[in-house]
Design a protein around this ligand. Sequence first.
Ligand code: ADE
Length: 220
Amino acid sequence: MLDGFLAESILGKGIAKQLLEVEVRDIRDWCTDKHRAADDRPFGGGAGMVMKPEPAIAAIEAVQTPGCRRIYLTPDGTPFSDSMAREFATESHLVFLSGHYEGIDQRIRDSVIDQEVSIGDYVLTNGTLPAAVIIDALARFIPGVLGDEKSLTHESFTGKLLDFPQYTRPAEFRGMSVPDVLTQGNHGEIEKWRTAQCVEKTRHVRPDLFKKYRHESDHQ
Ligand code: ADE
């Protein structure tokens, strides 16, 4: 699931430039029974299978390093955020555990996991794509990964409002034209227009973010 993701695009270039390194491991390599089973039925009954403690704990103990942060991807974790991505980007070693069943034995969480993270209120079949999402988001905050470091501060969530609409050439396309203010060269007016667009869009699409933005502006 990760090979293409790790080879392509901005992330692939960052890895090629050795700005970050990603190693993928298979938990089954730490399964010792003859069927190489990483899961078993839940004590107490119920649907689905549960990840066994021995292979997962052995796997994490084999890859962890002193001071690393061990993260379990799960829909019942703390919601992932822009600030988490920035913080993770400063860490020297992250270990991600992807669950693959109905859940994992609680003793894994209790003994070898430092933090539990969810990428949103929906359930995926496993934590591999969530780990990829987090790697992608944090990579943008590693110096040198994005060509233009400036583009970071102007983006959504940093300023607490959603982005303004962008246009490029041609100025006229299928009867749709670029707003006049953007082609007239008055930078003060362009700034005002962009801010108004951000406010309008955020109020409409993300009333939750808009409320926070209003609250913060009131207290400045
Ligand atoms: N594993 C399954 N669903 C997930 C989610 N929404 N976030 C993190 N890990 C998950």
